[in-house]
Design a protein around this ligand. Structure first.
Ligand code: ADP
Length: 510
């Protein structure tokens, strides 16, 4: 019986050993065993496969000879295997196996006979995935750190676990002071409740977070931000992390407020302008109306005094004649003023429409000069016209242009002392005709030149009181020249004289 028992026990033992061997053989990990002299005593099928060797060639051989790459005393394999044999303690390590360019995860155990047994697996793929993950994390971090925006991440329960350096720069606080719920100390007190309420709502429901609120900057200024956060979910839909950004919109807000203010001001200005335009046109209308009303009686005064002077009502005594003549002259001045006012009113109201015709300018100028010849003689002024022979054709309204020239020539005479010269010149340049009227008169100070063409601009000069005027002539002249698409300029020197130059297009499309 004992024998039978023994045999059975031996058989059982054998069976067990066989089962063990089967397990080792079928294992997905590679396995080998070394005796105390580093000779290979056992390998499994997987070890043969990964090391591309046959057990017939390795069993009984020195491990370091069969796998010389591990024999380097600097290699982890060499170091760890010796450690296990010596300390009789297991070891777990990850090492790159050069000849096959694979990463191995190794578990080495001491054996009772002083050798070691080793299990290892190729983890190259896992390692690659881990490396890729690390790299993509590094890339993300780099992005987060190099963007101008402030960003953060939070755990599913809403605790902030990352702020990029822009946050630190903005707040002047340390990471630790802001992590988890530390950031709430930076939120403006008026925005805090709303902020916490919304954030908690998002954490509970998984709905994206968005809020405009103020954050305290290191310099003590609260600045408006728009904060947004989105949850990232795993394949089962569970939130694994929140990603958020905080954009400083203070400047944009200010610009918007500023723009609004400007728009309001512009609107007010527009309104004021409209009011001014209305007032101005009411004034123009008044002047025109009043002038019309003034002209009729003044005209009849002129007629009656004229008739008296011509002796239609008895004979006039010399003293009476003198008084009547003075009355006539004053009335004449009054009529001139009224006429000037009416001319200006009608040009302002846009009622002046030039009747353009093509004509020769030089006879017109000659006529105008002849019309004023008596005045020149009286003032002993020498007036000359310089123009080359030939025609000076312009397209213009002859009557209006005549009045313009009368006005300018009259001014030249009025503001020039007795005995001085006045020159009128005609010139052609670049498709234009230039008429210049040059006097040796009182001139205009430089700082007053821009006032000349304004309405009612009577400038003081040594002759202005003596000669009288309304200050409307040049204003009207400029308006008429504008209607002809021409220009009028003036050059003057106080005490020396002035030159007014009118430029008209030679041919103009009407
Ligand atoms: P008025 O001659 O009726 O005053 P104008 O509009 O013709 O009005 O001229 C405006 C002002 O320009 C005049 O008051 C005068 O001071 C100045 N002015 C015009 N022409 C001349 C000139 N040729 N020389 C000097 N001053 C002039």
């Amino acid at each position: 019986t004992d024998m039978t028992k023994q045999v059975r026990a031996e058989e059982q033992q054998k069976e067990l050993s066989q089962q063990l061997v089967d397990v080792l053989e079928s294992m997905g990990d590679a396995f080998f065993m070394l005796d105390k002299d580093w000779r290979v005593t056992r390998v499994n099928h997987h070890q043969e496969k990964v090391s591309e060797t046959n057990r017939k060639d390795t069993i009984g051989k020195s491990f370091w000879e069969v796998f010389p790459a591990t024999a380097d005393p600097k290699s982890n394999y060499w170091i760890e295997y010796h450690k296990v044999a010596k300390t009789k303690k297991p070891s777990h390590f990850i090492e790159h196996y050069g000849p096959l360019d694979v990463w191995t995860e190794v578990n080495a155990y001491p054996t009772p006979d002083g050798g070691i047994s080793v299990f290892f697996r190729d983890i190259s793929q896992r390692k690659q995935a881990e490396d890729a993950l690390k790299e993509s994390e590094a890339r993300l971090r780099f992005m987060a750190e190099s963007m101008p925006q402030k960003v953060f991440t939070a755990t599913p329960n809403g605790e902030i676990d990352y702020f990029n350096p822009q946050w630190i720069e903005f707040t002047g606080l340390a990471f630790e002071e802001m992590l988890e719920w530390g950031w709430i100390q930076l939120v403006h007190p008026d925005d805090l409740d709303e902020n916490i309420r919304r954030w908690q709502h998002s954490i509970k429901t998984g709905e994206p977070f968005e809020l405009e609120h103020r954050f305290l900057r290191a310099d003590g200024q609260y600045r408006w931000h728009v904060s947004r956060a989105q949850p990232m979910r795993d394949s089962k839909g569970n939130i694994v992390r929140w990603f958020g950004s905080n954009t400083d919109i203070e400047d944009i807000r200010r610009t918007a407020a500023h723009t609004e203010e400007l728009e309001q001001k512009t609107a007010t200005l527009k309104e004021q302008r409209a009011q001014l335009v209305a007032i101005n046109s009411a004034k123009d209308e008044f002047i025109s109306l009043a002038s019309h009303q003034l002209r009729t009686p003044a005209t009849s005064v002129k007629q009656y005094i004229g008739m008296m002077l011509e002796g239609y009502a008895e004979e006039v005594m010399p003293t009476q004649r003198d008084f009547l003549q003075r009355a006539y002259d004053s009335n004449e001045r009054q009529l001139n003023i009224v006429n000037d006012l009416l001319k200006v009113a009608s040009v302002d109201a846009g009622k002046v429409k030039p009747r353009i015709e093509k004509f020769d300018l030089s006879p017109l100028i000659k006529e105008t000069l002849e019309g004023q010849a008596a005045k020149f003689t009286e003032r002993e002024q020498n007036v000359t016209l310089q123009a080359t022979a030939g025609k000076w054709l312009v397209s213009a309204d002859r009557d209006l242009l005549r009045m313009v020239l009368e006005n300018l020539i009259d001014n030249a005479s009025k503001y020039t002392y007795q005995g001085k010269a006045i020159k009128v010149k005609l010139l052609k340049s670049k498709g234009n005709v230039e008429i210049s009227i040059q006097d040796e008169g009182v001139g205009v100070p430089e700082d007053k030149l821009n006032k000349l063409f304004q309405k009612f601009s009577r400038l003081d000069n040594p002759l202005s009181i003596a000669v009288g005027g309304t200050g409307l002539g040049l204003y009207w002249v400029r308006k008429i020249i504008d209607l002809h698409h021409g220009t009028i300029t003036v050059a003057s020197q106080e005490g020396k004289g002035s030159t007014f130059t009118v430029t008209l297009p030679m041919k103009r499309l009407v």
